[in-house]
Design a protein around this ligand. Structure first.
Ligand code: FES
Length: 167
């Protein structure tokens, strides 16, 4: 049996509707609905714009204007694993720039982006909240402190060849 794009879209819409309607508190604003969707599926697909407009009884243009205003929303699916590299003050003082460069070189990207194979999404962080362990990186929000350029590059290489099962 094959999965059609229509099946995929239907399942995606179900997950989006569930995210919007199953919050402990009702999602009463466009922004809170979009945040609920991003928390649930890690990005805002076109289907989410339509579902949030429908749920909020507003227009697609209105939802799009809110979504595009906030830089934290992403509109393409993330990689299987997310690698955050902190470049906040503490990490910066202890070598974050070299850590970041080593990770970018290893992943073959030179900015916040997802690797071509869709495995790893690199993000920059202004503080991961573990400054005492600087420089810090995080894999799907699991922190690793006192990294070096070499250890961070090794970590990034490992994520590409053997990404964690859950996202
Ligand atoms: S500045 Fe990097 S964890 Fe706080």
């Amino acid at each position: 049996m094959t999965t059609t794009s229509s099946d995929t879209s239907t399942k995606l819409r179900e997950r989006i509707r569930h995210a919007i309607t199953s919050q402990q508190q009702p999602t009463i604003t466009v922004l809170s609905s979009l945040l609920a969707v991003q928390d649930a599926i890690h990005y805002i697909p076109d289907e989410a714009i339509e579902e949030v407009a429908d749920h909020s009884r507003t227009s697609i243009n209105e939802v799009w204007s809110v979504a595009s205003f906030y830089t934290n929303f992403r509109f393409t699916p993330p990689g299987r694993v997310t690698l955050d590299v902190c470049w906040g003050p503490s990490c910066h003082l202890l070598g974050a720039q070299n850590v970041l460069k080593a990770v970018q070189d290893e992943l073959g990207i030179d900015e916040e982006a997802t690797t071509e194979d869709g495995t790893v999404t690199l993000r920059y962080s202004t503080c991961l909240g573990a400054c005492a362990n600087a420089p810090v990186v995080a894999v799907d929000h699991h922190m690793k402190g006192r990294v070096t350029p070499d250890s961070a590059a090794q970590l990034a290489a490992g994520l590409r060849t053997n990404p964690p099962e859950s996202h």
